[in-house]
Structure formats: C-alpha cells, structure tokens
Design a protein around this ligand. Structure first.
Ligand SMILES: [Zn+2]
Length: 312
C-alpha cells in the first residue's frame, strides 16, 4: 500500500545538466504516487542555476520524458518557452539574494577564497578545515565563497518516511557549508530551500545520497525568516545499483531514458526495467501506479518504512 501522509505539495526537481536516467525516474514515480495517494499537488521545478552545464535540450528531455512516461504534474512549465519566461530559477534570484542579505546582516556567514585543492590538501576527508572562519577575506570581495558559521552541537529534527522522526546534528562533512558560490550564484542548498519555501512544498522525495542536503537545508531554514520548512516530511529512497552493486550514475549512458527509447523500449518496458533494478516482480508492472504499489509493498514487507504505530 502506498503510505498515507499528511502533506499538500511535493515537487519533482531535476537539473537540466544531462539526460534523465532511471534513477531520476524512480524519484519521480515515488513522488507522483505519494502525491496522488494523499491528494497533494505536484510542482515541476527545473533547477537551472548552474548555467555552465545548462542546455535547452535537457529541459526538453525533462518535459518529453515526463510526458512519455505519463508522470503527471500540476504546477510548473509545460513548454521550454514557459520554463524560460516564468519558471527558470533566474526569475527568483531576488528571493535568494534576500536570504543571503539576511544571513549577512545577522553575521551568520563568512567569506572564504580558498581553492578546492588547498582545502583537499588540508582536509582530505572533505570536511572544511576552518581556514577562513576567523580572519578570512571581506564578504564584499569578488571570487569568494560565502560559508555558514555552523554549530556541531545544534540538534536538528527531521521527519522521514523511512525512519520516522530523527534528531541529529549536522555531520562534519556539512559543517560550514557554502551558501553562495565564488561566481556569486547561490548554492544548491540555499536555492533549493528558498524555492521549497516559496512554492509551499511540504514533502520531499529524493535519493538517500541527498540525506546530508536535507540536514543542511533544515539547518539553514532555522536561520532565515519565518517558514514551515522544519515541518516538512522527507522520503530518502535507495539509489539504483547494477548487478555488481555499482551505483548507477548519470554518466552511465545505457540507463538514460532517451537511450532506452531509442532501443525501442515502450513505456511499460521501461517501468519493468526499472522494477528489475529495484528487485520487484517486473511482469505485473504496466505504469507508474503499479510500479509504486509494488515498490512500497516490498518496502513494507521488509519493514523499511516507518509505521505510525511504532513509538517515536
Ligand atoms: Zn578560505
């Protein structure tokens, strides 16, 4: 059974920096199924702030793939021109800037000009070595990251479908995370959070590789003006792996939906292919609804979802 959850709006949020693959499709299907089951609406949000990797073809691929796979959305662009005119993140730069100004005026950010190679050298595990927390450059300088002064002690509460309510601190790898990049563009953590608040998103489905992002965004939500992001629910699903257990990534061309379609696969066959990757009984799957029912039933059988009857 697809879980019953009290939420009103969720989102599908692909990045137009590559062609959609089976991993994206899994996220979209679970999002659509949870939304329809709970009478919630679906926003299509295309995260295009990374202009260096952006391409119109990728936006067209997103729209075309969603239509081909018959995944519904209620709000957001239907065409490339609607996307450009109304929905591109470039239309919301003032919202991101407002949040950055707020963080700056309350003394919660500092500037860091350190190169990635210096940071890697000082701290090979990827955590921030603290180089600029005290005597870094001025925030007004060009080509600097803005980083957040974070606290390793602060406890965050996060509501998840997979494990119920979790109380945890921001992990070491996310301490002092970047909110504005060297090119002056807001970071993914900031823009994603501000967009979710702006559109009233109260449930987020994403791969479990973004668990740290959920924590960073929850942390950040507590530092900016009043919002309900802390009440949002999350579902962090498992990532797809091939038969050798290797994580399927964007760069694996053979799992792009476009490639599968060129090979002549129909919608049903692509859903069955996805089901095989998830260890489901592929034969009975025809569309996203039947995929999602079987997906969630399997998770429930293996007790991989939090049941509201469990003690929190
Ligand atoms: Zn620095």
């Amino acid at each position: 059974m697809i879980p019953l959850l009290p939420f009103k709006k969720t989102r599908i949020a692909p990045t137009p920096s590559g062609f959609l693959h089976l991993g994206n499709l899994l996220s979209f299907v679970l999002t659509a199924a949870l939304a329809r089951r709970n009478g919630a609406s679906i926003l299509l949000r295309i995260d295009d702030l990374d202009r260096e990797r952006y391409h119109d073809d990728y936006v067209l691929d997103i729209l075309d793939t969603l239509n081909f796979m018959e995944i519904p959305w209620d709000e957001g662009p239907r065409t490339l021109s609607e996307f450009r005119q109304q929905y591109s993140q470039t239309h919301r730069l003032h919202l991101y800037q407002h949040a950055l100004d707020q963080l700056r005026s309350t003394g919660q950010v500092f500037a860091c000009s350190c190169s990635r190679s210096l940071l890697n050298q000082l701290s090979p595990d990827g955590s921030y070595p603290g180089t600029c927390t005290k005597n870094g450059p001025a925030l007004s300088e060009a080509q600097i990251n803005w980083r957040l002064h974070t606290s390793p002690e602060k406890q965050l509460m996060i509501h998840t479908l997979e494990q119920g309510n979790i109380s945890t601190a921001l992990p070491a790898l996310m301490q002092f995370f970047v909110v504005r990049k060297k090119n002056g563009i807001p970071s993914y953590q900031l823009s994603s959070l501000i967009d979710d608040i702006h559109f009233g998103v109260d449930f987020i489905v994403r791969g479990n590789d973004l668990w740290h992002s959920s924590l960073a965004q929850t942390y950040l939500s507590e530092l900016i003006s009043t919002n309900d992001f802390g009440k949002a629910g999350f579902y962090h699903h498992d990532l797809l792996h091939d038969s050798e257990g290797t994580k399927l990534s964007k760069t694996a061309g053979s799992i792009s939906i476009q490639y599968l379609r060129k090979e002549g696969m129909k919608k049903e066959e692509i859903y069955q292919h996805l089901a095989e990757y998830c260890g489901l009984q592929a034969g009975t799957i025809k569309n996203w609804e039947t995929f999602a029912i079987q997906y969630f039933e399997t998770k429930q059988q293996h007790q991989l979802l939090h049941s509201p009857a469990d003690a929190d």
